[in-house]
Design a protein around this ligand. Structure first.
Ligand code: FAD
Length: 848
């Protein structure tokens, strides 16, 4: 028997889901599967396309797990679209000339953006918003543009407007209908949305059409003529006026398509030709609809895979509920949102001050039929799950905000087991609560891996982890210990352990986990606690990580490196000369670091105070390269020297580095400031990164280089200097307060319930009411900052520890040896091959 061949045309979101559904059913093992993919890369998350502009890379957006194709023996041809189907011969031909014979053909070709036939629509500077390539082109064109206009104020139009705003353009949205998002929201919701979006600086024009794009001499966009006779000067236009199913292949091979497009399929997603299926946005489902959302597409993918595997399944239609965040505004609609059912009644809550609008549609006997939420969609998951039933509390209570006289004590626990919690993957509450952890739920059910809007509810449904304690000594998390230290003004690890440690640990010394973690908490709160804490004093000295013992980084051969602070990477020639002289006089290897400062390697312990005395005299201070604290704030040269720069990035970098220097945190902190969107300082790979815009600064958070890189997320845009500093103050203090030990901001952000949105709620919208406190704590840190090295060289007691051997203070460490290389020194590798790391006797540890 020959192996049957399945050909999939289109490797988008639904196509990939179809492949996974085939693999889950073992079909990939028994068949040859060939995929023709038009785009230059495998399937990626189109729903999150816009996150490319907040730093996600195309790789981040990929939906294909590494090794998936190889593991399942799937042949993927990227950049090679199907151009013809011969149903008689049962072959598909690709643009490259490749012809594949199929037993089963699955069309998953998605949609194309509709561009209204207005004159000038093909001018240079006109774009659509569908693929990563579209975004790359928009990004490049925006660099030389000032104004951008989006044609279409629907879901995708507002996403595109957000993107243009983020690229620093003056942004306009032109919508033909009398309100924004006419499909999803009603008049009231549209008005609330418009107000909030206008407050963000996007100009909204509703009730007007685009008549013509006029062009400049070079053929590029110059202006848009609108149907009310007005004109809008613009450099760039994004068409976002709806999508149309890509059904051309089907039409050409004689398969029936709908009047308004879409490949006609039955309940098994089969076309008229039993060997050909169509799924996703290209299909006209058996209920006569073309679905433009991903969740119904996924259901179709599962249905087709089941049919091919000989299993039962059908797709008869889907819920069009959606919850979105557009330009930072929550917008959701579910069920019969427009109240089309006979006799339906509306319950409306509207607060124009805060831009919150909520409407529930109910039947006369109290059944919840649908609703619209704008500005606050917190209750979306719960409301959606109760749709079609009478909720256990009154509908009024469900729309009123907490604190407005009718707080709702209705959480996800009140939902029935069959309530769908993840609508992207159609996962019910019962299926979720069968698992113990979020990781397990995501892996086994895929819930939470689609649009992500249900992740918060998932967290509420799952049991809390058993022991969240920091270590064997403390049953509390790091965050809880932080709260205890702050509230009870605890200034020593010993006191914290004795009063709040686990019973068995009380009276002991603590362990290698809690000692540095508690030391870091106390150090970051020192001034606020009224404590004078120097890392080399008293108990603090014994608690620190290895590098903090000598305020320098221990290197490979037992020598130390020295990194003076060079704020923003700016340094005078006189200071450069001092560094050169110190390096020469002490024979130190000298290297410029990736953080725009100068690292001096090869110092012996006893040389550190002498070296630092000269550096401090010349005006240098500790660069904290050794501590879990702020490292550097890199910068490009900014508008002062660079012709692209739009703000003074150097000044801002210096201000920030001086403000946050010495701030002890759960892990090291890195930052950078770029003077324009070209991003020469690489701010998006930093814990907090700043990129200048024409009207201020964009703040990115949670970036990381290193072994597990992560692009930072955009937290807020177009901030003034003062707003920027205030937000960073809050962000850093919130991180220090809530992160785990040794947790970088990137990991913390991904772990936090609600992720970036939660952080934004807390630090931008002050949802917890703690921002004053966070700012006060940072102000205390700034006021209390002292240079650790200046303090150390002026204190004989602290200096006493800088010896290689405490029992023989005058003896230099003989194992620290160097050999020459490229006119400098390097560690003697022959010596390093042996067991040479010196055994030092540290304070409090017996000599051995
Ligand atoms: C910016 C944006 C935001 C969105 N936000 C949301 C949201 O919040 N919620 C939601 O539910 N939906 C959202 N959507 C819609 C969602 O992305 C689509 O519903 C989903 O991608 C449909 O999947 P699909 O596989 O049918 O089509 P696609 O993902 O478009 O994939 C189709 C693929 O087929 C390829 N193709 C076409 N013709 C051929 C050919 N002849 N040969 C080979 N390949 C071909 C295309 O190049 C494409 O790669 C959004 C869409 C965009 C653009």
């Amino acid at each position: 028997m020959t192996t049957p061949t399945i050909v999939l045309v289109g490797h988008g979101m639904v196509g990939q889901r179809f492949l996974e559904a085939l693999a889950d059913r073992g079909v990939t093992k028994a068949s040859r599967v060939v995929v023709l993919c038009e785009e230059p890369r495998p399937a990626y998350d189109r729903v999150r396309l816009t996150s490319y502009f907040s730093g996600k890379t195309p790789e981040d957006l990929s939906m294909v797990e590494a090794g998936f194709m190889a593991e399942h023996g799937i042949e993927l041809h990227v950049g090679d679209p199907a151009v013809a189907v011969d149903r008689e011969a049962r072959t598909v031909t690709a643009r490259s000339g490749l012809t594949v014979a199929y037993d089963t053909l699955v069309l998953a070709t998605g949609s194309y953006p509709f561009v209204p036939p207005v004159p000038g629509k093909d001018a240079g500077g006109c774009f659509v918003y569908r693929t990563i390539e579209d975004l790359l082109a928009i990004e490049e064109y925006a660099m030389t543009s000032r104004v951008g206009a989006v044609v279409g104020g629907g879901l995708l139009g507002l996403e595109a407007a957000g993107a243009l705003k983020g690229l620093g353009l003056e942004t306009h949205v032109v919508e033909f209908a009398p309100r924004l998002m006419p499909v999803q929201v009603d008049e009231g919701g549209g008005a609330a949305l418009r107000r909030t979006i206008q407050d963000m600086g996007v100009t909204v024009h509703t009730g007007v059409g685009t008549q013509e794009i006029t062009t400049a001499e070079d053929g590029s966009v110059a202006a848009m003529k609108l149907s009310d006779g007005s004109a809008l000067d613009t450099d760039l236009v994004v068409f976002s006026a709806g999508v149309r199913p890509r059904d051309q292949l089907a039409r050409e091979c004689g398969l029936p398509v709908g009047e308004r497009g879409g490949i006609v399929v039955d309940e098994q997603c089969r076309t008229e030709d039993g060997m050909v299926y169509a799924i996703g946005e290209c299909a006209l489902a058996s209920d006569g609809r073309v679905y433009g959302l991903v969740a119904p597409g996924y259901e179709m993918a599962e249905t087709a895979a089941k049919a091919i595997a000989g299993q039962e399944g059908s797709f008869t239609g889907a819920d069009l509920s959606t919850k979105l965040k557009l330009l930072g505004v929550d917008v959701a609609s579910f069920g019969d949102a427009h109240g089309t059912a006979d006799g339906s009644l509306d319950i409306v809550y509207s607060d124009t001050r805060s831009g919150v609008y909520k409407k529930l549609v109910v039947s006369s006997d109290g059944v919840l039929l649908g609703g619209i939420l704008v500005g606050d969609a917190e209750q979306y998951g719960t409301l959606r799950a109760f749709t079609g039933s009478v909720p256990p509390v009154s509908c009024e209570q469900l729309v009123l905000p907490a604190g407005a006289g009718a707080p709702v004590a209705l959480g996800p626990s009140a939902l029935p087991d069959e309530a769908v919690i993840c609508s992207c993957h159609n996962v019910t509450k019962g299926a979720i609560t069968a698992h113990a952890t979020l990781a397990e739920v995501k892996k086994c059910t895929k819930a939470g891996t689609g649009c992500g809007s249900c992740v918060k509810v998932l967290g509420q449904l799952l049991p809390a982890p058993a022991d969240k304690g920091l270590c064997g000594c403390f049953a509390q998390t790091r965050q809880e210990l932080y709260e205890i230290v702050l509230a009870l003004r605890v200034t020593t690890h010993a006191e914290l352990l004795d009063r709040h440690g686990r019973e068995a640990a009380r009276g002991g010394d603590g362990c290698e986990i809690c000692k540095p973690a508690v030391a870091s908490i106390i150090a970051s709160l020192a001034t606020a606690l009224g404590a004078s804490v120097h890392v080399l004093d008293g108990e603090q000295a014994a608690l620190q990580d290895t590098n903090d013992h000598f305020l320098a980084n221990l290197q490979k051969n037992g020598s130390y490196s020295i990194v003076p602070r060079i704020p923003g990477g700016e340094i005078t020639p006189a200071k450069l000369i001092v560094i050169g002289e110190v390096a020469r006089d002490f024979g130190l290897y000298t290297k410029i670091t990736g953080g725009q400062r100068i690292d001096l390697f090869g110092a012996r312990v006893e040389q550190l105070p002498m070296i630092w005395t000269r550096l401090v005299d010349a005006g240098f201070e500790s660069g904290h390269a050794y501590g879990k604290s702020l490292r550097t704030v890199k910068s490009c040269v900014g508008q002062t020297w660079c012709r692209y720069g739009v703000q003074d990035s150097v000044r801002m970098a210096i201000d920030l580095e001086l403000r946050y220097r010495g701030l002890r945190s759960p892990h090291k902190l890195k930052s950078a400031v770029s003077g324009c969107a070209r991003e020469c300082a690489e701010a998006q790979s930093k814990d907090f990164g700043i990129i200048a815009t024409a009207s201020g600064w964009n703040l990115y958070v949670g970036g990381n280089g290193g072994a597990t890189p992560r692009h930072a997320d955009l937290l807020a845009q177009d901030l003034s200097d003062a707003e920027l500093v205030r937000l960073i103050d809050r962000f850093l203090m919130f991180y220090i307060r809530t992160a785990d030990r040794l947790e970088r901001t990137s990991v913390w952000l991904d772990r936090l319930d609600g992720g970036l949105e939660h952080v934004r709620d807390v630090v931008v919208h002050d949802s917890l009411g703690i921002c004053d406190e966070l700012e006060a704590l940072m102000a205390a840190h700034v006021a209390g900052y002292r240079d650790e090295w200046a303090d150390t060289i002026n204190d004989p007691e602290r200096l006493a520890r800088f010896v290689s051997f405490v029992n023989a203070p005058d003896v230099p460490d003989p194992s620290v040896k160097f050999v020459p290389e490229r006119d400098q020194v390097k560690p003697d590798l022959q010596l390093l091959a042996g067991p040479v790391l010196p055994i030092r006797t540290l304070e409090g540890t017996p000599a051995s």
